[in-house]
Design a protein around this ligand. Structure first.
Ligand SMILES: Cc1cc2nc3c(=O)[nH]c(=O)nc-3n(C[C@H](O)[C@H](O)[C@H](O)COP(=O)(O)OP(=O)(O)OC[C@H]3O[C@@H](n4cnc5c(N)ncnc54)[C@H](O)[C@@H]3O)c2cc1C
Length: 656
């Protein structure tokens, strides 16, 4: 890309991200500071948290930001202990130390206190500069208006109904899920004729073109079959830059009711579908043009972080993707189906989205643990409440949350079967410190545990290691207005060939003093999603290569991709990225969703056998294991359920 093109895209414009190097606040002056001072800053908040310490307002590269992962990577590479020196014993002792301040870790602290009493001493150690884990809040200021975005966990939703335990916590926090319709302005986009659309890019489809999406299930919004006689359908077939053959195949795919596996029972057919990818089913069984595969390729990205090359056809059937109408399959879920692909009407109704996503849940739990840290007392006021990070880690409080603290070792002090103390070592601001606890809950990512708990049995370590997370980018772009969306008639855009394969105007939710963008002239946050997958490889390999890509891509390259994609997609509607972009926050999640089992690659999931997450989550001595990895299910209800189980295991121990 030439300098002139960069200028046209606004790469040099002084938006908020220019004040941040990879998500870390650096003023021009600070660039002149000595490197050790810089290192301390990037390692996180210092012993005394400054009054302006406020991570949600940071822009640039967030998610797993610079400063959050380096210590852990050194430990992984075997290079940590030789340089570490002797730890300093803080002298602190707790009833419970929780490793990981995501929703699972915070819920574990909550449940433990409920049973052990409000005087129980609890410490939560978290390696990021904010609490909440994937439930991350992004704030923007556009003119004099504050806007919110979700940097990760989007909403209360789950393919299966929330358990009584998870629902119980949501209710205890005061969230009335059925009241959600009163907060959403469902008509803001619809009344202006904005609809889901598809962007065909010239590299993949020969030309850049925005076309009405006739079957928004591609954007993951509905599981209904499209009406192939509708105007939307005709418009799509007229406008889509697909060959005649592909259009013909497309129509056939949706209308034909052919049994591609004659003579087989429903179960036998499902078994075949469980072992073939949807991409192969489309080309090798139904015989459609490869253009159709390109069109559907990115459909499962938001759920699985891979394309249809790595998603079983049986799961595609569950999502009501086309090609199965003539198979006469019994509607019950088949063996090896992913839980995401099993429709459940009750679960679909249980939905709530805060403007900062489930970060509001994390903030509500923190408020219940440390009331001084989050002012206010209602679910509606939490949305605009400004957290006081100085109050999170005070010696006078029974519950403390210590941020920027990477746990590097958790070990029993004595014989694992007959011991009442655990020592936890962590690095904060470059210093190695220890605390002691009667119990420890590991609510961090499972892949981390074998590195920090050497004593765990090998078989369990292997199971923990198999929980390879799914990498993702959740990008928020603050725009001056959304008139270009209005002109083009689009509110969400599926872009199967682009860097970010999904692009959505913010879900218009107003809660308490927070008001969503009401008119196209108002500022708005646009959400973009990318999964760095590598089609053709088995899912876990795609994730591991994608993770490396995310760690190795500079913010500047991602920013250029964002600007270029917005210019190409929305430029025809008048969007000028150099003029209209007011802020960018890229939430990089190299360790994103919990890995969910896949009947193409995980034989045990299809054929039966030991399930790795069940082996991985076994308690060990005074340690219990939580996190959404513990049930291989990438949802908040799982994070809560697993915290509840882990606390139950701890409480069964003598002298808990
Ligand atoms: C981009 C994205 C979008 C999502 N959207 C949704 C959604 O809409 N709805 C939904 O239900 N679920 C969603 N999820 C799934 C989400 O993972 C869960 O809902 C839930 O937030 C997971 O909580 P957790 O506490 O189990 O894990 P996490 O949130 O990952 O928390 C674990 C924490 O442990 C920390 N940690 C790791 N190692 C260490 C260490 N050595 N020392 C200290 N701390 C450590 C991590 O940094 C992390 O903060 C989404 C996930 C992602 C990545």
């Amino acid at each position: 890309m030439s300098e002139k093109q960069d200028q046209e895209l606004g790469m040099c414009r002084d938006i908020t991200r220019r004040d941040f190097l990879n998500g870390v606040a650096l003023t021009t002056g600070s660039l002149l500071l000595p490197s050790h001072f810089l290192a301390a800053m990037t390692a996180g908040q210092d012993a005394k948290t400054p009054s302006d310490y406020y991570p949600p307002a940071l822009t640039g590269l967030r998610g797993s930001h610079v400063g959050s992962f380096e210590v852990m990577h050194k430990l992984r590479d075997g290079a940590f202990w030789e340089e570490a020196g002797k730890p300093t014993d803080t002298g602190e002792a707790y009833d419970l130390v929780v490793v990981g301040g995501g929703i699972s870790g915070l819920a574990a602290a909550h449940y433990f206190r409920k049973s052990a009493g409000s005087k129980a001493k609890v410490l939560v150690l978290e390696n990021h500069d904010d609490f909440g884990g994937h439930a991350k809040r992004n704030e923007f200021r556009i003119g004099n208006r504050g806007m919110l975005g979700f940097g990760g966990t989007f909403s209360i939703e789950s393919p299966a109904p929330y358990s009584a335990v998870a629902k119980g916590l949501i209710e205890e926090l005061g969230i009335d899920v059925p009241s959600f319709p009163k907060y959403i302005s469902a008509d803001i986009y619809r009344s202006r004729g904005l609809k889901p659309s598809i962007f065909f890019d010239k590299e993949t489809f020969g030309t850049d073109r925005l076309v009405l999406n006739p079957a928004p299930a591609w954007g993951g919004e509905t599981r209904d079959h499209p009406d192939t006689t509708s105007e939307a359908w005709k418009t799509f077939l007229a406008d889509a830059p697909l060959s005649d053959q592909a259009k013909h195949d497309f129509q056939r795919l949706h209308e034909e009711k052919k049994d591609y596996y004659p003579g087989l029972s429903s179960n036998e057919k499902k078994a075949k579908l469980a072992r073939i990818s949807y991409a192969k089913y489309l080309t090798d069984v139904i015989g459609v043009s490869p253009e159709i595969v390109k069109l559907y390729q990115a459909f499962p990205h938001p759920l699985f972080g891979v394309g249809i090359d790595a998603v079983p056809a049986q799961d595609a059937w569950g999502f009501k993707l086309p090609g199965f109408a003539g198979l006469n399959l019994d509607p019950t879920p088949g063996k090896g189906m992913n839980r995401d692909a099993i429709p459940n009407a009750e679960a679909e109704k249980y939905f709530f989205h805060f403007p900062d996503g489930n970060a509001s849940i994390a903030r509500l739990i923190v408020r219940s643990l440390i009331p001084e840290a989050i002012p206010g007392n209602s679910v509606t006021d939490v949305v605009t409440a400004k957290a006081d990070y100085r109050r999170l880690d005070e010696a006078s409080s029974p519950v403390r949350i210590r941020l920027n603290s990477t746990v590097v070792r958790v070990k029993h002090v004595g014989d694992v079967n007959n011991v009442h103390e655990v020592e936890i070592a962590y690095v904060k601001s470059g210093k190695l410190e220890t605390v002691k606890a009667a119990n420890c809950i590991l609510a961090c990512w499972h892949v981390v545990i074998p590195f920090i708990c050497e004593d765990i049995p090998d078989k369990q370590k292997e199971a923990l290691r198999s929980a390879q997370k799914v990498p993702l980018l959740y990008t928020n772009v603050a725009l001056r207005n959304w008139t270009a969306f209005q002109k083009l008639g689009a509110n969400s855009i599926y872009a199967p060939g682009c860097y970010h394969t999904g692009l959505n105007l913010d879900l218009p939710v107003s809660i308490g003093d927070y008001h969503c963008s009401q008119s196209p002239e108002d500022p708005v946050v646009v959400h973009m999603m990318k999964t760095p997958c590598k089609p053709g490889l088995p899912a876990r390999q795609q994730h591991s290569k994608g993770r490396a890509e995310l760690f190795n891509t500079k913010f500047e390259s991602i920013e250029r991709q964002i600007r270029e994609q917005l210019a190409r997609t929305l430029g025809p509607g008048g969007l000028d990225p150099a003029r209209d972009i007011e802020g960018i926050t890229v939430n990089r999640w190299p360790h994103g969703y919990a890995y969910e089992y896949n009947s193409l690659y995980d034989d045990f999931w299809f054929e039966g056998g030991e399930i790795p997450c069940e082996v991985a989550r076994k308690p060990f001595g005074r340690l219990a294991i939580a996190n959404s990895d513990a049930d291989a299910y990438a949802y908040t209800d799982c994070a809560i359920d697993q915290a509840y189980r882990a606390v139950g295991e701890i409480l069964k121990k003598p002298n808990a």
